[in-house]
Design a binder for this molecule. Structure first.
Ligand code: PRX
Length: 631
């Protein structure tokens, strides 16, 4: 079961093998998992359609591979450590045996509620260990989970429920996030006013609030699991059966349901986890992401549990009750691998080094980052003050669509270069393409980051709309998956991600489509039109700048801004709120009516003197006004 590469030479060897004989390479790895029925073909693929099938004919179940497979050897080993929001509250530790029992019980509860294989289940929960049980319970019976981050609004949730035609929602009374509490059940009730597909809502008691329950629809988690057996046979799943849907933003207004399937996702989540983090048997691994994002799916739940590791889950936020919390938790649980986002590192760095002092961080062996480019200053701080210059930093690049980490160092085995994600993992055939779609083969170049060969955990479709998947990812450059990112390759072949080249803004490592935010702003009755761009932000990496045209110039700009923020919070969630809102009377447009975002981006970045060619604009005088009013 140990899939680890143990040296750089071995990495080079494995990489060459994975390109030379991809089927043989992945077959060897897949053989180490539990298959209820062996697969007959490792890979079949065609990018034009796209149609990709891994391990066809094989039957398996991920929850069986996460749990049952470990019971004999590691039944009493801790699978999940849960650190609550309040530092003094009780820590929960569940062994593999206990987690197995809870998952089986919950899986049986799902069945009793009439939920079956193939049904879509939306999960909207706090970062409590039961959230992992909810995912694994769905996996056990073959229900397709779609986790919605518990910071999204009722309206955003309703869109996702309707798109997935979900039959059930799993939630809780409320959640703790730092000093705040959020009424999750109320948000679910509001969302369900607009969803007719949901027949069941399971409500976990988290805060003791006893929310109102809708008869015939709502059931408490505790009641649902009571009297359920702690045995539940894992549903045999085809390797290519739908495993989960995770919604993410693209360049159009509507979030896409990224679909992952069972077999390939399983193999790649485990393989990438073990190689990037290099955990040893008794290590404690901590990823601070929320399970609502792909990082949490692959590197809190599935990768670690498939590998028999101990995964720490944290309910709170980095700055509560103070900016030393992460380091305090590392010290308390003797964390060995620590994985977080550059935005958190920058925020904690800004709070001062005194918060790091006094915490023993000597257990740390590997540090990771994910979600956005890390700047050199934050990288150096992380390396020096947290890793004490002893820990390699793995800067892991991946996407909701790739399912697992594609570019990263492998623990201490790889060359490390600040701000560079590094080399591709074995099996990942990256290329840089120029504007014409021609592969740039040399080093020390920049281009569009694409992938020219399938990997097991790749997106299979966008739920309910295969054409969209084809258009967005496989049509820009024939025969390639297009990531939407630009990247540089240095003299040694290491990749450095520059950022998105499409209309996606990455705020604190979370993706938002400009059109999605504009659509929300435009629902405000004051607003005629808007244009949104990203601009650099010291802590968040990027932040949102909105240019807004109103029916008439607002008499009270502060109030108008508040009401715009309110509609964005209502339609998407507070996480998508624009940091700056500038009221304008016109937007720079081409003669064909297309907004020239390049110009708006430059103005938001404070580089109005570098606007470039504006001669193709319909009305160049608009620019002057926008520049003069810039915030
Ligand atoms: O632009 C890249 C950025 O995040 C995007 C993917 O976002 P999402 O699907 O939400 O997944 C985030 C967590 C994997 C990418 O297209 N990104 C992710 N990791 C990195 C990164 N940019 C630079 N460096 C990274 N390590």
């Amino acid at each position: 079961m140990d899939l680890r590469i143990n040296s750089f030479a071995e990495y080079q060897d494995k990489y060459a093998q994975s390109v030379h004989d991809p089927e043989g390479f992945w077959d060897q790895i897949a053989q180490t998992f539990t298959w209820q029925k062996p697969y007959s073909k490792v890979l079949q693929w065609e990018f034009d359609t796209p149609k990709v099938k891994w391990f066809e004919g094989g039957k398996m179940n991920i929850s069986e591979n996460c749990l049952d497979r470990h019971l004999e050897e590691r039944g009493d080993k801790v699978a999940i450590i849960w650190e609550p929001n309040e530092p003094g509250d009780e820590v929960i530790k569940w062994t593999y045996k206990e987690l197995h029992q809870r998952v089986c019980q919950f899986a049986n509860a799902l069945k009793s509620q009439g939920i079956k294989k193939g049904d879509r289940v939306v999960i909207y929960m706090p970062m409590i260990p039961d959230l992992a049980v909810a995912l694994l319970g769905c996996a056990r019976i073959g229900a397709v989970h779609s986790v919605v981050f518990a910071g999204f609004s009722a309206s955003a949730m309703a869109d996702r429920i309707n798109d997935a035609q979900a039959v059930a929602v799993i939630t809780s009374d409320g959640l703790n996030r730092g000093a705040k509490q959020i009424d999750l059940k109320q948000i679910v009730d509001d969302a369900l006013q607009h969803c007719s597909s949901v027949h069941t809502v399971i409500v976990k008691n988290c805060l003791g609030w006893k929310p109102a329950m809708v008869t015939g629809r709502d059931v408490s988690w505790e009641e649902a699991v009571r009297d359920q057996s702690t045995d539940c046979a894992p549903e045999p799943m085809d390797a290519e059966d739908l495993f989960f849907i995770l919604y993410t933003s693209g360049s159009t207004g509507k979030p896409k349901g990224v679909v992952h399937t069972c077999g390939g996702y399983m193999i790649y989540a485990a393989y990438s986890f073990q190689n990037v983090f290099q955990p040893e048997e008794n290590d404690v691994y901590w990823c601070t992401a929320d399970i609502g994002w792909i990082t949490g799916h692959s590197y809190i739940v599935y990768g670690p549990l498939l590998s028999g590791a101990t995964s720490l889950m944290f309910e709170g936020v980095p700055t509560y009750p103070d900016a030393g919390r992460f380091w305090k938790v590392c010290d308390k649980h003797k964390v060995n691998q620590f994985y977080t986002a550059p935005t958190a590192i920058r925020a904690l760095m800004a709070c001062g080094n005194e918060h790091v002092q006094g915490h023993d961080l000597s257990s740390l062996k590997v540090l990771g980052t994910v979600g956005e480019p890390i700047n050199e200053e934050a990288w150096n701080w992380y390396h020096h003050f947290i890793g004490k210059e002893k820990c390699p930093i793995v800067d892991t690049w991946f996407q909701t669509e790739t399912g697992g980490i594609m570019i990263s160092g492998l623990g201490a085995h790889s060359p490390m270069h600040a701000t560079h994600a590094g080399l591709p993992l074995p099996g990942i055939q990256l290329v840089l393409l120029d504007k014409e779609g021609k592969e740039i083969k040399e080093n020390e170049v920049e281009g569009y980051l694409c992938i020219k060969f399938p990997w097991p955990s790749m997106i299979r479709t966008t739920y309910g709309d295969h054409e969209r998947c084809k258009q967005v990812y496989f049509s820009h450059y024939k025969g390639h998956y297009f990531t939407g990112d630009g990247a540089k390759r240095d003299a040694n072949g290491l990749y450095r991600i520059i950022g998105r080249v499409d209309d996606v803004i990455n705020v604190s490592g979370h993706r938002f489509g400009t059109a999605e935010i504009e659509d929300a702003i435009n629902t405000n009755e004051l607003v005629v039109e808007s244009a949104v761009v990203g601009y650099p932000h010291e802590i968040k990496g990027q932040s949102i700048y909105a240019y807004v045209i109103c029916n008439e110039a607002p008499s009270n700009e502060a109030e108008a801004r508040e009401s715009i923020i309110a509609v964005v919070s209502e339609q998407i969630g507070r996480i998508a709120k624009p940091e700056k809102i500038q009221f304008v009377s016109g937007l720079p447009k081409t003669r064909s009516g297309k907004i020239m975002r390049r110009i708006l981006r430059k103005i938001a970045e404070g580089e109005a003197d570098k606007l470039g060619d504006t001669s193709t604009l319909l009305d160049p005088s608009v620019v002057k006004e926008v520049v003069e009013g810039a915030l």
